[in-house]
Design a protein around this ligand. Structure first.
Ligand code: SIN
Length: 333
């Protein structure tokens, strides 16, 4: 008697996993987002032993050009497919360059009961030793696995399973470019064995709505002798929130601090992340932030912190006037 394999939907958005080059020996010079997802699936015959795979080309972009409309479209397609009775899981193929931001968006917005698993590749599909085919197979294995249910949005690359909230790209070209610098990976995939060593963090908070309109939220960095003209111009242009890529444990240059205090006085939300790449930015002690001691983005890097601030300010544009509530939000998600 033949067993019916789980039905898994692959939503493709482009990236190097769909990249191609005339020179298979080059992994650095190629065109991202050129190969249709039907071809990527066909290139991995082993998928047929794991799942009934259906593929949809949602977009074909280099992820450096990611736009909010595509995030919204992805959320809508996840909603559509997860409402189909017999779909067991969803895989999203994506470029590696901004995967951590889309992963954060999915972490914050998706209450989908099925596994939602992102994957990508560091080498184009035509490369010698392309990593995309195994990453795609492993992502489908995870999406089809009952042990992945209820774990939130996941990212599978290089045989590791990461929480979408935690994972970052930490190398320009290495195949093991993805890490979860503070929390570590959730588990691994070894052939047919999908193993979770731990479950994602204790975040029980409700997921945030996908905005109809997106506020202006920007990232500024603290470094030697920064100017404040950029901040002042952005406030004048209507920016509602800043994430500071601060030095060390959240230290902000006094010139920027002065500009950001002025911005905060106009109701602009300011959160400090760290430019170090790992670690938790100290949370200001109560009484909660005032006058230049801005809220902490915790262990979120500036790009991930910006996604949270975007969604939070879309829901409540006045959040910048309530630093205690803003801090609570960063501690919650
Ligand atoms: C992209 O992010 O779309 C291109 C780079 C990559 O996927 O590695």
């Amino acid at each position: 008697m033949s067993v019916l394999l789980p039905r898994i939907v692959v939503l493709a958005t482009g990236g190097t996993i769909a990249g191609s080059s005339a020179n298979p020996a080059s992994s650095a010079h190629y065109q991202a987002a050129t190969v249709p997802v039907s071809q990527l699936v066909q290139a991995v015959p082993a998928l047929a032993d794991v799942a009934r795979v259906e593929a949809e080309q949602v977009a074909q972009v280099d992820s450096k050009d990611m736009m909010f409309d595509l995030w919204r479209m992805l959320a809508a397609r996840i909603g559509y497919w997860s409402a189909q009775d017999d779909v067991a899981g969803i895989v999203i193929t994506h470029g590696t360059d901004t995967l951590e931001e889309t992963a954060m968006f999915l972490h914050l917005t998706q209450a989908c009961p099925l596994p939602v698993v992102m994957t990508a590749a560091m080498r184009p599909s035509t490369s010698l030793s392309a990593d995309g085919p195994l990453n795609l197979l492993d992502a489908v294995r995870v999406a089809a696995s009952p042990v992945a249910v209820g774990k939130g949005a996941l990212v599978v690359l290089n045989q590791q399973i990461h929480a979408a909230r935690d994972v970052v790209k930490a190398h320009t070209s290495a195949v093991d470019a993805f890490h979860s610098p503070v929390a570590g990976p959730l588990g691994f995939v070894q052939d047919t064995y999908v193993h979770f060593s731990r479950t994602p963090g204790p975040d029980q908070a409700p997921r945030l709505p996908v905005p109809a309109a997106w506020p202006l939220v920007e990232i500024v960095a603290s470094y030697a002798q920064p100017g404040r003209v950029g901040i002042d111009a952005m406030v004048a242009a209507g920016v509602l929130g800043f994430v500071v890529a601060a030095a060390g444990n959240g230290s902000v240059h006094e010139t920027l601090t002065a500009a950001l205090v002025d911005a905060a006085a106009c109701g602009v939300a300011v959160a400090r992340s760290s430019r170090t790449g790992a670690g938790h930015v100290a949370i200001p002690a109560p009484p909660r932030p005032a006058g230049g001691v801005f809220v902490s983005a915790g262990d979120l890097n500036p790009y991930k912190a910006r996604v949270l601030l975007l969604l939070a300010l879309a829901g409540d544009p006045s959040l910048g006037r309530d630093a205690a509530r803003l801090q609570a939000l960063f501690e919650r998600y």
